[in-house]
Design a protein around this ligand. Structure first.
Ligand SMILES: NC(=O)C1=CN([C@@H]2O[C@H](COP(=O)(O)OP(=O)(O)OC[C@H]3O[C@@H](n4cnc5c(N)ncnc54)[C@H](O)[C@@H]3O)[C@@H](O)[C@H]2O)C=CC1
Ligand SMILES: O=C([O-])CC(=O)C(=O)O
Length: 308
């Protein structure tokens, strides 16, 4: 398995690090436009190999896509992150051009690749890749829900005063401060609904804290997060590489599923060697359906800003 990660910044380097540490890929190519930057990150990461016990070979490239040729999976993290007070949607002006060029370059050298889109606003960038590349829809996957669900579990464990490994939960919908739909009704502690342990008010607080998870970290860090985003991407790449058929909420093109059409938004999917093996349609309550449909309206409004 050869994986390319475009953008050797905070998120790209974290993706490469977690992929390597999990030791399932033969090769990771880090590519960045900044001269020498990806080579430097790759060398630094390779010098952790004997310490962390992995054999994945990490190489760097300054914008030379020939080095990415025949990648099985390509991850796009290139683009600017938000600063405190900004929304992800405000990044569209710069990031759309970057994602369009980068995805075209990747496909030129790896026509069979699966692309994982990370750059924000992620659902709209995923839609842009659909609209501009002609890659099959199962091969274009947006990363948002895997991260948002990890943050949901963190907040649930905090509220329950439970170990995170005891908690399960999923976030669907758009990867935006307002659009996320944490499925509190379905969240469990060791298969018991969390509503058995905490009040409705506390659960509402968990939901609100989850939705602004990225904004909270951006306020603390001065730029957006990278450890959990990198870990989330590595989990998705591993599911594809090892054909595990695990379910992750991912941004995918909907064509009638969940009553939605012509947009990419987070829903549960099965990930395997073909990328998105299937979209999982679960029964949502009326409130959850309404929340998802207003989230979809938000994503569509941002898609409307694309120059297609
Ligand atoms: N979907 C998600 O859940 C998440 C998305 N993000 C998004 O990921 C993106 C990257 O964030 P960070 O890594 O923190 O930013 P960063 O600024 O640390 O790194 C971005 C890198 O992209 C490179 N780059 C810019 N244009 C390029 C091009 N045309 N070709 C190749 N490389 C190029 C830059 O030189 C830089 O090294 C942002 O848009 C951010 O909003 C971040 C966290 C989570
Ligand atoms: O918050 C941001 O801008 C970056 C991101 O998508 C996240 O960490 O969820």
């Amino acid at each position: 398995m050869k994986v390319t990660v475009v953008g050797a910044g905070a998120v790209g380097a974290s993706c490469a690090e977690y992929i390597a540490i999990k030791n399932f890929a033969a090769e990771v190519v880090l590519l960045d436009i900044k001269e020498g930057y990806a080579e430097g990150k790759a060398m630094d990461l390779m010098q952790t190999a004997s310490l962390n016990g992995f054999d994945t070979k990490i190489t760097g490239s300054t914008n030379d896509y020939a080095k990415t040729a025949n990648s099985d999976v390509c991850v796009i993290t290139s683009g600017i992150p938000r600063k405190p007070g900004m929304t992800r949607e405000e990044l569209i002006g710069i990031n759309a051009g970057i994602v369009k060029t980068v995805s075209a370059n990747l496909i030129e050298h790896s026509p069979e690749t699966i692309i994982i889109v990370v750059s924000n606003p992620m659902d709209t960038m995923t839609y842009l890749v659909h609209k501009t590349t002609g890659l099959a829809k199962n091969k274009i996957i947006g990363m948002g829900g895997a991260l948002d669900s990890a943050r949901f579990k963190y907040r649930l464990a905090e509220a329950l005063d439970a170990p995170i490994s005891d908690v399960d939960g999923m976030v669907i919908g758009g990867h935006s401060d307002k659009g996320m739909v944490p499925l509190t009704r379905l969240a469990t502690r060791n298969s018991v609904p969390v509503s058995e342990f905490i009040s409705e008010d506390r659960l509402t607080q968990v939901m609100e804290d989850t939705k602004v998870g990225g904004a909270t970290l951006t306020g603390l860090l001065g730029t957006s997060a990278w450890y959990a985003p990198g870990a989330a991407v590595s989990g998705m790449v591993q599911a594809i590489a090892c054909d595990t058929k695990k379910i992750f909420p991912c941004s995918t093109l909907l064509e009638g599923e969940y009553g939605l059409n012509d947009l990419c938004i987070g829903v549960p999917v099965v990930l395997g060697k073909n990328g998105i093996e299937s979209i999982v349609e679960i029964n949502l309550s009326d409130a959850e359906k309404a929340h998802l449909s207003s989230s979809a309206e938000g994503v569509k409004a941002t898609n409307g800003l694309l120059e297609l």
